[in-house]
Design a protein around this ligand. Sequence first.
Ligand SMILES: [Zn+2]
Length: 123
Amino acid sequence: MTSDATTTMRDCVQQRLNYLDTLATTGDTLAKAALADTEILRLTSGWRALLAQHQPDAHGRCPQCSGWLRARRYPCSVWTTAHQHLILTEHPPSSQCARRSPAAGGPTSPPPAPSWPSRARRS
Ligand SMILES: [Zn+2]
């Protein structure tokens, strides 16, 4: 892929993310419901595809992030970023899952639910 092509691809992805941010923050209820119907599935599918590429191999190394000279142990930055953005809400990434039980010293409340309208409100 040429430099121009990668720049164009990067710009397109950034523009799409900006569009989704704008729609999520300033869109009306119907726009947000439509966003939830279409984009959440696309984003979860995208995360799954990305995380599948970064599954650890038999030696506990990420095959995508490991180079010829240096092996990158699991979890790599992709998995820690996913954990930070999908699981953790207020704290930096750690080796502990934020959803562990309160008896084990974990948080007492689940992450906040999205404030988008339910599908039942739309007609
Ligand atoms: Zn990786």
